[in-house]
Design a protein around this ligand. Structure first.
Ligand code: EPZ
Length: 419
């Protein structure tokens, strides 16, 4: 098992070009399964989750190859409709293939997906929506079989009880080649939804309203191939900015999606960091001792503060002057990183969905283990701001979402080694 050895306590500085977005790449790779023609995806991050998606595509009969940040996907031979349990377990986004396989073949067999353990992550909204679009669904011992009578889904009016990102994506994937019009009300508004829709439009889909809470999809008969560039990863961006904010120093983030990162930036700015944002660049300077954030940091669906940036911002605030309060409203169990931060000297009290972070003047290195993707990244943020050396295990979690993490941190001058 690999580990990161991180020696903290020195300021960071430098320029970093942001990787393509993990949470865009995965549904877009599923979308490449639909219709005909080859998809060329530029800025496709080389991550273990992306390789899992590639294995699923190949297992379904697609030809998918990834090299030098470009994925090439040819769905011509994609006759398969079953994803084996071991591939489903590799990541949460495997569930996204359900809508795409149904759209392509009219049937699919999957199982409950794996992914970060952030509390219960049911798929009831996905299944209820697909049922409305004509799928018969049965669950036998955890294997979920879906079948559409006549082979082609039909449009439907669907109102989601919560703007779930994954359910919105699955509905879009099933609806683009369905017969008739699908309307998704209370749809997720995350930028990655817009990226998925942008990709599908480039292939000939008829989708309107993405980015707002009602999305209208008119099914088309065919989709064609295209070349598409995946949007930058706003959460990886938030992670590297939090890192420099915590350790002190200055950095320029290039290829940044500035508008999409705004809900995070507006909170980070309250810590006293100097931030300038241009068209696709973000400059940050930090003296290394932040101010606590006065207002409660509530995670909310976009355009609220992103749950995926909660842990990394918390890691930056553990050494801030004053008390910051977080409220996690998306997942039930997304404070697992706090145990490691406390081991490093942080003063954090978790009470249900609220975490109270009382700033301490110093952190120290420790032996800690990443338990999920963003929690693991948060531990690295804290380690870079801590005195002494940290041994961080469980880094396979970090590799799921951060492309060449140690290279990026080293480029900023951080002392990190993979052993
Ligand atoms: C996506 O997960 C992201 N993953 C997550 O990022 C992100 O944290 C999350 O959206 C929220 O922004 C990908 O895009 C691959 P949801 P997803 O469906 O789609 C409940 C990361 O670190 N729910 O919006 O799984 C659910 O339990 C990852 O990169 C149901 O109850 O999130 C959760 O409480 C982690 N029933 C809430 O909705 C359902 O059928 C939001 O989940 C579906 C969801």
């Amino acid at each position: 098992m690999q580990e990161f050895i991180i020696t903290g306590g020195r300021p960071l500085s430098g320029e970093l070009t942001l990787q393509g977005s993990k949470n865009s790449s995965l549904p877009i790779m599923a979308a490449a399964l639909l219709g005909g023609g080859e998809t060329v995806l530029k800025s496709c991050p080389e991550l273990t989750d992306v390789y899992s998606a590639s294995r699923i595509l190949n297992c379904l009969g697609c030809k998918c190859s990834i090299s030098d940040g470009t994925a090439v996907i040819d769905p011509a031979g994609a006759e398969g409709s079953e994803i084996p349990e071991n591939l489903m377990r590799e990541m949460r986004s495997s569930i996204m293939f359900m809508g795409a396989i149904l759209g392509r073949t009219g049937e699919c067999t999957v199982s409950i997906p794996g992914g970060c353990e952030l509390g219960p992550r049911p798929i009831d909204m996905h299944l209820a929506a697909l049922k409305k679009m004509g799928a018969d669904i049965s669950d036998k011992g955890g294997r979920i079989r879906c079948r559409i009578n006549g082979g082609r889904a039909h449009g439907a009016r669907i109102t989601l009880p919560f703007p779930s990102v994954g359910a919105t994506e699955n509905i879009i994937l099933c609806a683009v080649t369905a017969g008739g019009e699908t309307i998704v009300n209370n749809a997720a508004r995350e930028p990655e939804i817009c990226d998925l829709c942008g990709f599908l439009r480039a292939r000939g889909a008829d989708i309107k309203g993405d980015g707002g809470s009602s999305i209208v999809i008119n099914g088309v008969e065919e989709l064609h191939g295209c070349e598409y560039t995946i949007m930058p990863d706003r959460i990886a961006g938030a992670t590297y900015l939090s890192m420099t904010a915590a350790a002190g120093g200055e950095m320029i983030l290039k290829n940044a999606c500035v508008a999409e990162t705004e809900p995070f930036l507006s909170v980070l700015e309250q810590t006293g960091c100097t931030i300038y944002a241009g068209r696709d660049k973000i400059y940050l300077r930090s003296c290394g001792r932040l101010r606590a954030v006065r207002e409660r940091i509530r995670t909310m669906p976009h355009p609220g503060f992103p749950t995926d940036a909660q842990a990394v911002l918390m890691a930056a605030l553990v050494r801030a002057e004053g008390t910051s309060v977080f409220e996690e409203n998306i997942f039930d169990c997304r404070y697992r990183h706090t145990a490691a931060l406390i081991k490093m000297g942080a003063d954090i009290e978790v009470m249900g969905k609220v975490a109270v972070v009382r700033g301490v003047s110093r952190l120290h290195g420790a032996e800690i283990e990443a338990t999920d993707l963003r929690g693991g990244a948060a531990m690295a943020v804290a380690a870079l701001a801590a005195e002494g050396t940290t041994r961080l295990s469980g880094i396979a979690h970090i590799d799921r979402g951060y492309e060449k993490f140690e290279e990026a941190v080293s480029r900023l001058g951080g002392d990190i080694r993979r052993v």
